[in-house]
Design a protein around this ligand. Sequence first.
Ligand SMILES: N[C@@H](CCC(=O)N[C@@H](CS)C(=O)NCC(=O)O)C(=O)O
Length: 233
Amino acid sequence: MTIKLYDLCGQDGRRFSPFCWRAKYALAHKGLAFETVPVGFGDIPSIGDGSFKTVPVIEDQGRFVGDSWAIAKYLDEAYPETPPLFPSPEVEALCRFIESWQFSNVLRQVFPAYVTDIFAHVRDEDRDYFRESREKQLRTSPLEKLSEGREEKLPAIRAALYPLRMTLTNQHWLSGDTPGYADYLVLGTFLWLAGVAQLPPLEKDDPLVQWIEKGRALYDGLGYSSPCNPLAA
Ligand SMILES: N[C@@H](CCC(=O)N[C@@H](CS)C(=O)NCC(=O)O)C(=O)O
């Protein structure tokens, strides 16, 4: 039976949630058939029993699982015969580090700088909710103040990505010779940016661009399955 993935959707069918991208790559890595159910922010309370506050959520044979990490864990447990996302407790522990690093050093800088671009792409019916909730979360009103002079934030954002460039100079993927969950954790951020960024975050000759393109091409071009903007200029 095909697994359903409730996937955050904006205008033009655009999928931009970094966490939903992680779940899509996790499903694809395991070779599991899935279909996405596009949802806006306002649809989340109607998923399953109504207890979910965020997406991704998957529905597998009547069972609902939310949170990208919990989904990855669930998939490994429910489908042990397919390629593992966490082949060992050590890999899982290191993936936790990548997730924390990604959250604290990358997303935290990128999110405020690009929040108005997300706002520009959310569905009309989600706009008021998005503005109000993000102005509260980022303690800035109006949101547009956060994009003033954001070009000046790009050097720091690019510098935060240095550990990725350094690692990927010597190996094909963060997970080694073949892609794994560590890669999907990071690819999620770039796919989110590609879905919304009106200001390309990377420079054209950034070696990360090649790795991102390789990641997008995986699984029959999964990373190209949603409209996107250029990531580099
Ligand atoms: N820890 C969660 C975070 C998921 C999350 O924050 N999703 C956002 C979309 S990117 C969401 O659904 N937000 C709902 C809202 O803000 O109302 C995960 O890894 O799945």
